[in-house]
Design a protein around this ligand. Structure first.
Ligand code: FAD
Ligand code: DLZ
Ligand code: SF4
Length: 523
């Protein structure tokens, strides 16, 4: 900490997920007159009990970024978690820093989370000098852009928003037309993967001395948080994140599209990029990344379905969920369309379940603070949806367990896409599926104690009866959904005894969930 120096012109407050020199509050800063404030605070490490790897990742990346700024000539006032007098909160640390530096003005970039925005709005009154809140220019669409796009639309269809982003950026465009004559090549991207496929190895990094120090701190202070640290392999510097990006572009991108939805035992990463943690905290710039993907396609290095699939996730889904978050908060976080109330089972923390798919996803999540999109959506997400777990608890689980989790991106993915708790703001129908989907896209079922082909009874795959029970239970809310009309017709046509057997099996499974002790992750 730097004390007793001359008055700063501007105090530039950088949060832990704003680690880019291009942040709008840093871009025009003057190292000769301004001071940068960064602080590790207890509130941010525990507002949910983050996975240990996420805390290590953020704190180590913050420490490295402070060094990067110092190298660039900045005076960085860096408060460590263990520093004496650390107040434990953003607001407390800003007040203390204003006392130290007596700046003419504090400049911040808007935060990613509503919770922090609420704090920021109070800062000017609390610290007694002007606090300027600048937009986060790492995103293509500002809050106003998104609100204008959404205004008057009955349905906020991601696909239409995505096309606007394609036109605006020129990515994968040939003049005014989408490359290849189609906006979306998703239909080509649903191949299951065979386990003898050549698998790229994503670039992982051995902890350096800074990370090793933070690992010791986290093992000591956050011993009871979820997750293991022994396989920590995340990049914590811009240079290393760029190396991870280059490895993805050269080794995995070409097959990214084909195997995007596949799941394989022992292959947690497949052809995914593992770049979301870096993008979300500012170590990689999303538009720059998409331009590189576009260039790889133009150079003939990767096929169009791969480039389009990847770019859509970033300038489409990523931008879109952020837009929905800021448009609908704070009410969005409380939505519970189905009125689901069941408690999250302990096996979301322990992995101790006979469901092979859920066990593998939870164990990989514990080991790497990572699971890929289809694992999050169609395994842990679909199970919670079918079992009627309270959406707020599902949301908190996802926010805690992934290295890339920030509420602006996690909440719409959970409340909207995965749990349909928003009643259809984000998606047109719930991602409800029986075991057949997991069987088609993975090799989990072959070694599962349950039989994916069995529909009812104690050996049946739990997804099968729970699927029909979910539809039956929520018929009043869903039967009018035209995308589910055929499914409800099938249910209505089904033999009475068969329907009863489904509901009976589901009731037994749900009773089992209710009767199981819940002790983990509650403290
Ligand atoms: P890749 O498969 O390589 O995809 C490339 C990039 O596209 C990602 O790095 C990410 O930046 C972006 N992306 C892909 N899908 C989405 C999406 N649906 N929303 C936003 N961005 C997307 N993503 C997060 O960044 N943080 C979260 O907390 C998060 N929670 C999720 C919770 C649920 C229930 C679901 C279904 C999805 C969630 N996602 C979240 C989206 C997606 O699963 C992750 O972005 C992706 O798995 C990250 O791994 P990757 O970098 O290997 O992605
Ligand atoms: C996630 C996180 C953690 C674990 N710790 C800190 C911290 O000590 N200091 C900090 O500035 N940021 C941290 N973060 C990231 C913040 O939670 C994030 O900036 C806000 O949620 C706004 O998106
Ligand atoms: Fe999962 Fe059912 Fe397959 Fe078992 S049989 S792995 S529970 S989908």
């Amino acid at each position: 900490m730097t004390l007793g120096r001359r008055k700063a012109r501007h105090l530039i407050f950088i949060l832990g997920d704003q680690l880019s020199p291009a942040m709008s509050n840093l871009a025009d800063a003057d190292p000769a007159q301004d001071v940068v404030l960064m602080c590790e605070v207890a509130d941010e490490t525990t507002y949910v009990r983050h996975h240990k790897q996420k805390i290590v990742f953020i704190l180590s990346a913050m420490r490295h970024f402070a060094e990067e700024l110092r190298q660039a000539g900045f005076d960085v006032d860096y408060v460590k978690l263990s520093d004496r007098g650390n107040s434990g909160s953003f607001s407390g640390e800003l007040e203390r820093a204003v006392e130290r530096h007596k700046p003419e003005r504090v400049i911040v970039t808007e935060p990613g989370e509503w919770r922090v925005m609420e704090m920021m709005r109070d800062w000017e009154a609390a610290v007694g000098c002007p606090v300027e809140i600048r937009p986060d220019t790492r995103f293509l669409a500002s809050h106003d852009d998104f609100a204008k796009w959404a205004d008057g639309r009955k349905q906020l269809t991601m696909e239409y928003f995505y096309r606007e982003m394609r036109r605006r950026t020129g990515l994968l465009m040939e003049g005014d037309e989408p490359a290849g004559g189609k906006w979306n090549f998703d239909a080509d991207n649903r191949k299951p993967a065979a386990d003898d496929l050549f698998m790229p190895k994503p670039k992982r990094f051995r902890p350096d001395t800074v990370t090793t120090e933070v690992i010791a701190l986290v093992e000591d202070r956050f011993a009871d948080h979820f997750g293991k640290l022994d396989r920590f392999g995340w990049a914590v510097t811009r240079k290393r994140a760029e190396a991870a990006r280059e490895a993805f572009l050269s080794d995995a991108l070409a097959a990214f599209g084909d195997y995007q939805d596949a799941m394989l035992i022992g292959q947690p990463f497949l052809y995914h990029s593992l770049l979301s943690p870096y993008i979300n905290i500012g170590l990689l710039d999303p538009l720059d990344l998409c331009r590189r993907v576009d260039a790889a396609w133009r150079a003939g290095d990767v096929p169009l379905n791969a480039a389009e699939g990847f770019i859509r996730q970033i300038i489409g889904w990523r931008e879109y969920v952020r837009g929905v978050y800021w448009l609908k908060m704070p009410a969005y976080g409380e939505m519970n369309f189905f009125g689901a109330t069941r408690t999250l089972p302990d096996f979301y923390w322990t992995g101790e379940t006979d469901m092979n798919c859920v066990r593998h996803v939870v164990e990989e999540t514990r080991d790497h603070a990572y699971a890929h999109h289809i694992q999050r959506l169609m395994v842990t997400g679909t199970f919670a949806l079918l079992a009627g777990i309270e959406p707020r608890q599902v949301h908190e689980w996802y926010l805690e367990v992934y290295a890339d989790a920030y509420e602006w991106v996690e909440l719409p993915n959970v409340i909207g896409m995965s749990q349909f708790a928003d009643g259809g703001i984000l998606g047109t129908k719930p991602y409800a599926a029986s075991g057949a989907y997991i069987d088609r896209m993975s090799d989990y079922c072959g070694s599962c104690r349950y039989d994916v082909k069995k529909k009812t009874g104690p050996d049946a795959c739990p997804f099968n009866p729970l699927y029909w029970d979910f539809l039956d239970r929520n018929a009043k809310k869903l039967a009018g959904n035209h995308r589910l009309a055929q499914v409800y017709r099938n249910w209505a046509r089904m033999d009475h005894d068969k329907r009863r057997a489904y509901l009976k099996s589901a009731a037994a499974l749900l009773k089992g969930l209710d009767d199981a002790p819940k002790t983990y992750g509650q403290g």
